[in-house]
Ligand binder design. Structure first.
Ligand SMILES: [Zn+2]
Length: 185
């Protein structure tokens, strides 16, 4: 199984959990175990810690569908579907965070806490990340990887960035170009 691409905006990391591989599109959040593995790679989701079960998957998958629809509409320069924006709002509303204040012995601490089961809390956190992403002016620079069969999306920190990852697609594309140029007729 391919490792998920992480390190982009959290909401894009979520969209990027359905990469295109030699075996077609795969779902890197297909099972509770996959979700647990992905969570372990996402420090931003640590406050929602817990061991996911199969029941936690549908809310996370639903948010992913909505972010995917909105992001791809923006990539095409069109209006994101109303249902996607409404779905994200509803997911965030289902488990809003309240900061729980405490005293750690020397200072007051504030830890965001959400109600509900893990899947609903994760969906709410991811929907909030999506709201940040979709309203960020940088969304205008959103790009899809230029490799032919790659569907990864990213916000390029550098305007010349063309690949989702230099190791995943950059090298592959360079090798393909090399063989194209040196192909025996
Ligand atoms: Zn790529």
């Amino acid at each position: 199984m391919t490792d998920p691409l992480t390190g982009e905006h959290l909401a894009l990391d979520l969209v990027n959990t359905r990469p295109s591989t030699e075996d077609g599109r795969v779902d890197l959040l297909a099972t509770a175990r996959h979700l647990a593995d992905w969570l372990a790679r996402q420090p931003a989701l640590r406050p929602e810690a817990g061991t996911p079960s199969a029941a936690d998957l549908p809310p996370v998958h639903a948010v992913r569908e909505h972010v995917d629809a909105a992001v791809h509409a923006l990539l095409r320069g069109t209006r994101p579907p109303k249902a996607a924006l409404r779905g994200l709002t509803e997911a965030a509303r289902a488990a809003p965070a309240v900061r729980e204040l405490d005293w750690d012995g020397s200072a007051v601490t504030a830890t965001p806490r959400r109600p509900g089961r893990l899947g609903v809390r994760l969906a709410a956190r991811l929907a909030e990340a999506a709201a940040d992403l979709l309203t960020d002016p940088a969304i205008g620079t959103l790009r899809q990887c230029e490799a032919d069969d790659c569907v990864m999306v990213f916000l390029p920190a550098h305007p010349r960035r063309r690949w989702c990852s230099p190791t995943r697609c950059g090298n592959r594309a360079r090798v393909a170009r090399y063989y194209q140029r040196h192909k025996t007729p």
